[in-house]
Write a protein that binds this ligand. Structure first.
Ligand code: OAD
Length: 263
């Protein structure tokens, strides 16, 4: 199966018509959604985090058990990075779309940029950087933490006031279960889709499961699946439409076209 590709400056009529005709829009976003805010993706050549850092040393439960300060130093820097950036025009366009259609967002991103743009997020399937909790007793940790402006070789994690354990970021590491409530919220948003609805798949390489399976599940419900991504991905071929452009270019143009057509 090959999917017709178009570029952002030539947003195809069928894509606008599909979103315009939808009652519900499911947004499945990945790291590319936040790239133009200045948050690096994981796998982009040269700029992706996994080009410079080793996920096995930083993003696994084993890595944490081995050396909490090593892992904490990296996540504390990422928290600092995210705190210092703003939602981009793509996030803002999706917030506007939420006022025009029923929108559910399920993101793999651990940042809070959709929320800061004004969207309700149904699910953070890979957790949230800022949802700190004790790694031992699980109690949430709400106190302010020191955030370094550069990746640290090692930084002692805060101590849990309840049990003295180490506080960890609220992200999902490789080998861990996804948060049940977020998976359930995503699955029910997919179940709610009907023929004529749309799934917008924005800025994900479609490599990490189960999130990489959500576009196909949306398609099976009869939704029109539209990928927005400057590059081909593992899921491009299963999409009905592919728009080759960035989130901050394509989404504002798409939402403006839907808004204008609604008038
Ligand atoms: P990846 O880094 O794997 O893929 C990012 C995708 O975004 C690529 O397909 C890029 O082409 C695309 N992209 C880059 N810039 C873009 C832009 N400005 N607009 C739109 N798209 C753009 O990121 P994810 O697919 O989100 O998991 O990665 C999935 C998971 O792997 C992450 O959630 C993380 C990582 O390991 C965990 O931490 C558990």
């Amino acid at each position: 199966m090959t999917t017709p590709e178009t570029t952002a400056d030539a947003l195809p009529e069928e894509v606008v018509a599909a979103v315009r005709g939808a009652r519900r829009v499911l947004v499945l976003s990945g790291a590319g959604m936040s790239a133009e805010s200045g948050v690096p993706t994981f796998r982009d050549a040269q700029t992706g985090l996994w080009e410079e850092f080793d996920p096995a040393q930083l993003a696994t439960a084993e890595a944490w058990q081995e050396d909490p300060p090593f892992v904490w130093g990296w996540y504390a820097w990422r928290m600092h990075l995210v705190r210092g950036v703003d939602p981009n025009a793509g996030h803002r366009a999706l917030a506007e779309l939420g006022r025009l259609r029923e929108v559910a967002i399920s993101t793999q991103n651990v940042d809070d940029l959709h929320e800061r743009a004004g969207s309700d997020v149904a699910a953070h399937v890979h957790g949230s950087l800022f949802a700190l909790r004790c790694a031992d007793c699980g109690v949430p940790y709400a106190q302010e933490v020191d955030l370094p402006s550069e990746p640290q070789e090692r930084l002692t994690p805060p101590e849990c006031p309840a049990c003295g354990g180490h506080v960890r970021p609220g992200v999902v590491w490789f080998g861990e279960m996804l948060p049940e409530a977020d998976v359930a919220a995503t699955e029910s948003a997919i179940d709610a889709l009907e023929p004529g609805d749309v799934a917008l798949v924005v800025g994900t390489s479609g490599i990490v499961f189960p999130a990489a399976g959500y576009p196909a599940m949306a398609r099976a419900e009869g939704a029109t699946v539209i990928e927005i991504n400057p590059l081909e991905t593992d899921i491009s071929d299963m999409c009905h439409h592919v728009v080759r452009g960035t989130a901050a270019e394509v989404l504002p143009a798409l939402v403006a076209a839907v808004r204008d057509a609604d008038r």
